[in-house]
Design a protein around this ligand. Sequence first.
Ligand SMILES: *Cc1c(COP(=O)(O)O)cnc(C)c1O
Length: 393
Amino acid sequence: MTDKEYMDNGEKYFVHTYNRYKIVMDHAKGVYIYDVNGKQYLDFASGIGVAGLGYGNEDYTNAIKNQVDKIMHTSNLFYNVPAITAAEKLVKAAGLKKAFFTNSGAEAIEGALKMAKRYAYDKNGKGDYEVIAMGHSFHGRTMGALALTGNMHYQEPFGEMIPGIKFAEYNNLDSVKELVNENTCAIILEPLQGEGGIYPAEKEFIEGIRKICDEKDILMICDEVQCGMGRTGKMFAFQNYDVIPDIIATAKALGGGVPVGAFVAGEKCCNSLVPGDHGTTYGGNPLVTAAVNAVFDIYEKENILDNVNRVGTYLETKLDELVKESDNVVLRRGKGLMQGLVLKNPVGETINKAIEKGLLVISAGGNVLRMLPPLVITKENVDEMIQILKECV
Ligand SMILES: *Cc1c(COP(=O)(O)O)cnc(C)c1O
């Protein structure tokens, strides 16, 4: 079949929830991905921040292959070794106490939300607690995560959301304070907003939220699904600040490509969910947690965080130069290997040109060009990207 025929068949049989780029992907190696015609693309999207290790890392693929031969699934009615070791690594990396593995980012958010509500319920037996979320946030597409997502366009067609969700303005601490009352059980934020347009939290804002939460016994939840797992140069983005959240949600790069997420909780609330409260059939199965183990091992062995800091700084410098040089590039926002360029022209046009020239970048909102390259990219890859991007903006 030609790529056109594949795509026509895709449109025939998929529920049409995505306006996909007109490429049929086939295989990948390192930081390059290839379509069915053999055309090469430099990947500055990494499957929306999932392929942190790039493609084809042998330690990673071998770990998965070995696990496939051993056992792929057990259910959570039993223990399995990869899940136990992965939980220990994840908990220690986050500096928290206990983890629950999920199959996606949205499910990690759902679990965090339930844990927060359960914690509040334990305090005085009420189930009607409120959660404060942020404008321009993105937490996923399931009904609970959608209710927390500060984009009414995503919510509107689906009627009543779960009750008790209020939206504050990101980086406006007073707007959060105004919404806090005796029924607030949690405040949730992305330390670096992704889909909403690559907005980093200001220090005063995120540390102010921690203070409010401490004073009022409210749980602080950080959505690290996109900005976590090394993307900002720390294992988790909250670690760039002087805060420790009560719960984090992670996914995307956590499994390096297999569908896995987790919520991880600290001392205060990690025992609030008890048997019967929450579960998942697949969550943390040996296949995906073998991948998680490999990801953590490779981060250590290959000093991935050092690379993010080194190449991230270089990327920032190069993008700042582009901002100065190009009238169409208004400003840069982001940290490490999670960067956004605010463009004057519609971002879609620029992305299409880039793809044409063999560079994958994505958007965040209407006018932000977003970069989420694999965390293993080199300065040479950045130079290659800049050269193509210059011709597109
Ligand atoms: C992608 C994303 C999610 C949802 O993750 P899924 O795996 O798509 O369910 C949640 N929060 C943030 C910040 C994300 O970027």
